[in-house]
Design a protein around this ligand. Structure first.
Ligand SMILES: Cc1ncc(COP(=O)(O)O)c(C=O)c1O
Length: 365
């Protein structure tokens, strides 16, 4: 029986090898490994794909949020509203800048922040709202932007898992003040190391983020503002350029595989709730089950990998213990953290292998 991979970056590489190898070789030949010509080429193509004016390539998705918040002037004493049901990076960068993450519970169907609960969390210190577009579907950005507009707040979409997804026909990362993403190897658009990007239409924030990403410099060795070393590598940009050409096919394959899972698993487990105005890129295909540990153990015994994104909500992470928000503070997010289970998902997942996974989940759940 063939092996089932949770993600399959190897199969994708074999499919795209000639174009990826040629792009890598071109960088080795010109040798401009830092801020080489591929960076600008990629930024232009990504901005066009997303449908915004500015794209700034950065070293990873975590740094993308740091750069975005630095450009918005977020720092000590400020508050940033976000979801507790996300990867640590979302809350981590708020805290690293000296600001306080203020968590708001989720919509249990989409797992994204519930816009109806945001207003009650706004204080005089609130500077921004940072929704995450979890598992590949966008948060309800129009509703979030409406709350932000009433209070003069910026909105940063953490689109680390949703690059390529659409919301009411517009692309993730083009939906708010700033959108950020990650090109971690297993993301819908992934490189072969770390990578990320920030997106905006704002004529002040676009150039400012580009400046922050290179030590705040205006020109070489002149530094009017404090920045960081947050550059994207030229080699990673070259790999992303090769993969970007096939991204629409990749996104379509993920959508097809996700829809097929939902069709075949209906009735056996809770399948992902995708809002009618959304298309998901299924960075994760995540179901809900009552007896997760037992289901996961049975899948493992049958040679089927699965993963939990994420077992502990941010309010319950020791790193955020200082916020004093113990168990029961965000009941919907905490319930999701006990129930979610992600199944193998990648564009090269064949129907026979998917059928094996479906049969195993049906008998285990
Ligand atoms: C929701 C979310 N935000 C941020 C990140 C951070 O991205 P990176 O690993 O590129 O720093 C990730 C990465 O998995 C993520 O899933």
């Amino acid at each position: 029986m063939s092996e089932i991979e949770f993600h399959d970056v190897g199969a994708q590489y074999r499919r795209l090898k000639p174009r990826i190898d040629a792009r890598i070789q071109a960088v080795l030949d010109h040798g401009r490994f830092i801020m080489g010509p591929e960076i600008r080429e990629l930024e232009e193509k990504l901005a066009a794909y997303v449908g915004v004016k500015y794209c700034v390539g950065v070293s990873d998705g975590t740094t993308a949020m740091q750069v975005a918040m630095m450009a918005l002037g977020i720092g000590a004493g400020d508050e940033v509203i976000t979801t507790p049901f996300t990867f640590i990076a979302t809350g981590e960068m708020i805290a690293l800048l000296g600001a306080r993450p203020v968590f708001v519970d989720i919509d249990p169907d989409t797992f994204n922040i519930d816009p109806a609960r945001i207003e009650a969390a706004i204080t005089k210190r609130t500077k921004a709202i940072l929704p995450v577009s979890l598992y590949g579907q966008c948060a309800d950005l129009d509703a979030i932007n409406a709350v932000a507009d009433r209070h003069g707040l910026a909105v940063i979409e953490d689109g680390a898992q949703s690059f390529g997804a659409t919301y009411k026909g517009r692309r993730s990362c083009a939906l708010s003040t700033i959108g950020t993403t990650s090109f971690f190897p297993t993301k819908p658009l992934g490189c072969y190391g770390d990578g990320g990007a920030c997106f905006t239409n704002d004529d002040k924030l676009g150039p400012l983020m580009a400046q922050i990403r290179v030590h705040g410099q205006s020109r070489r060795y002149y530094h009017p503002i404090i920045g960081i070393n947050g550059r994207l590598d030229t080699l990673q940009a070259a790999i992303l350029l090769a993969k970007l050409e096939t991204l629409p096919a990749e996104v379509a394959a993920r959508a097809r595989i996700g829809a097929r899972y939902s069709e075949k698993l209906a009735g056996a487990v809770k399948t992902p709730g995708i809002a009618a105005h959304n298309t998901s890129v299924f960075a994760q295909y995540t179901i809900e089950v009552d007896n997760r540990d037992a289901v996961q153990a049975k899948l493992k015994a049958g040679g089927i990998p699965s993963a939990v994104h994420y077992p502990v909500t941010l309010n319950l992470q020791p790193a955020f213990g200082n916020l004093g928000q113990g168990e029961g503070s965000f009941p919907l997010a905490e319930r999701a953290a006990r129930r979610v289970l992600s199944l193998p998902m990648h564009a090269d997942l064949s129907e026979p292998l998917q059928d094996r996974i479906v049969a195993a989940v049906r008998s285990a759940a």
